[in-house]
Design a protein around this ligand. Sequence first.
Ligand code: SAM
Length: 276
Amino acid sequence: MPGKLKAILREKLTKKEISPVPSSFDMVGNIIIFSDFPKELAKKEKIIGNEILRNFKHFNSVFKKTKKYSGKFRTPKLKLLAGIDDKKTIHKENNVRVKLNVEKVYFSARLSEERKRIAKQIKNNETVLVMFSGAGIYPLVMAKNTNVKEIYGIEINPIAHKYALENVKLNKITNIKLFLGDVKKVLPKIKEKFDRIMMPLPKGAENFLGLALSKIKKNGIIHFYSFAGENNYGNIIKIINHECEKKKKKCRILNIVKCGQFSPRVFRVCVDFRVK
Ligand code: SAM
């Protein structure tokens, strides 16, 4: 559908005006969000938004980001271009439904393939920890698509946590335990150790690596997210090795996967590593 956008604007805009229209945007439930809406199209943004809604009937609103993901909760600021000013929606992916407010909670629909990649690795009866669980999307995808025993999720944003609790019910799941608070305060109080730990906080996950290493079972796997330049993973590996040495643990890198783009030359990467 993003590919068709320029074509549907031909009736309303000139070739010159169409040229900077972004060819990609996010689709979250019935909401469309432009990340980088060009400033020079400010006067045409309503027309563009309305044309999108006229042509793609299953969407209710078009927003543009006026501020990218920021702050501790990693949330964006949005401005309505067309349609209903309602930021709440229900998004479907990987056999789950996730309810959220797109401005109050971090969510990236673009990571659905990454979530599928992780779910495929989960073995029967594993106990998994998802640090920074947001509206619960990783725990939900794991619970619905694998034979995982139990999933723990910890999230500091109270609104995201509230949605996560609601989403567990919405998807009729019984093996997810959710905790509200700072991972650094909540996790030390949890007695369980885990077969697998997810760390989906690319900006700053390294500050939680020592804690993750103290909570992973022998031979368990950690999925560590970070930002890096193309094929420039040396620094991340160095951080992981350094934290493992501090905890006197041996680790083996299993995969380094590019799973998204942060800016033109910076990518979201996931390093999967086993802890001996
Ligand atoms: N896992 C979710 C997802 O993929 O949609 C959310 C990922 S988002 C990049 C990072 C999340 O970590 C945010 O929801 C933020 O509120 C939460 N967070 C940040 N610092 C935290 C902390 N110290 N303890 C718990 N959660 C934290």
